[in-house]
Design a protein around this ligand. Sequence first.
Ligand code: SAH
Ligand code: SF4
Ligand code: F3S
Length: 446
Amino acid sequence: MIASSHTPLLYIETYGCQMNVNDSEVVASVMREHGYATCSAAENADLALINTCSIRENAELRVWRRLAELRALKRKNPRLMLGVIGCMAERLKEKLLEQEQAVDLVVGPDAYRELPNLVSMARAGQKGVNVELSREETYAEIAPVRYESNGVSAFVSIMRGCNNACSYCVVPYTRGAERSRSEQSILREVQALIDSGYKEVTLLGQNVNSYRMYADDGKTVACSFAQLLEKVALLSPEMRVRFSTSHPKDMSDEALHVIAQYRNICKSIHLPAQSGSARMLKLMNRKYTREEYLERIAAIRSILPTCSISTDLIAGFCTETEDDHRQTLSLMREAAYDFAFMFMYSERPNTKAARRYADDVPEEVKARRLSEIIALQGELSLKSKQQYVGKPVEVLAEGFSKKSQELLFGRTSQNMVAVFPRGSRSAGDYLTVVPTRCTPATLIAE
Ligand code: SAH
Ligand code: SF4
Ligand code: F3S
């Protein structure tokens, strides 16, 4: 506890993926134990933490710009302690302090339990740095403080780190080795969410299909991802279960059958392909071929006929030719993706690709290929939505639509956003609506 007359206020700003969002909730919990309450404006805070992402250069540039603004704020309010946490903290370590002297704390993703000590150090005038990665840390028993939640859906991390070595990717360096969180602590957390009225959980990991708990002998698998999914689904039929991300090389039929068996497990799978070219996939070290990827898509379509499939795609990876790019476009058509996150390749320092391959696709070519991928996905997304127009779909209402307080928005099991008149419904309700029209992004019911 800090000896002071007022409750110290913590402001957290989060960049990057869902795991970072959940980590910020863990951080809020750790700091609350030490007397901090969260606030929603840096101007009011005693401690401002920026939870950062390193996945692409742009993600880091945004953070640098934001830090410059916070430096100005600190000049006005010298009491404000400024911390950089998360993936950029891990990637840059002490170097970050050299580049931005307004920063008081640099804390990596496995060191959040140390935050209170590091903050005290910083208050005493010494910069607080801890960027140790851990082989065990899963923050298993820390109850995340869901300070920005809609009260309907929540993230639950089931593992941390990543043991894959995709050649373009910084995550194994910023998040360390893969480790699974004990199933008991996951089930306890989901049960607590059910008890407080939540209706949807998303189980998070960089590669959820490799979730694994071992028996005491250290060899026998005591709980696989498919088994965990089933146990979570059985807790309450009213609780929807989602999960992300599935790596194509580990997406098992066993898991697909569990998804098929339970109505509350959402029929929506995020299965990043990255590229449609066999040569690119090899260079990316994704460990599956185009054929194997398409075989997984076929398995999903046959075991889960109503399932939506989304993907991540990278345009302009090292040595990518027009032919490789066309293979990505053709894969997109074959897989008929319902949704995609699409990126230009961004070289990340010290990754295998940065060390071994030339980032040799000119920026304007990357941009043109990306725009072709985005245009095609626009068509595919529209087609995907159109199949639901005129048919009843079940949605879980999440809150007001951005456009009007008279409209609610929610999601279908397939993770499609639907907007509909509020009527007497509110967030957290399940209801059936009939979309009358759609855009590539939204189903609209009138
Ligand atoms: N673990 C997940 C992805 C995490 S990163 C998986 O393996 O699918 C999210 C997405 O960012 C990746 O799927 C990839 O499409 C993209 N990405 C990662 N590194 C990138 C880079 N260097 N340049 C551009 N996009 C990248
Ligand atoms: Fe990165 Fe590959 Fe791990 Fe995903 S699976 S986080 S892309 S290394
Ligand atoms: Fe970014 Fe780290 Fe997530 S690099 S995408 S915040 S794991």
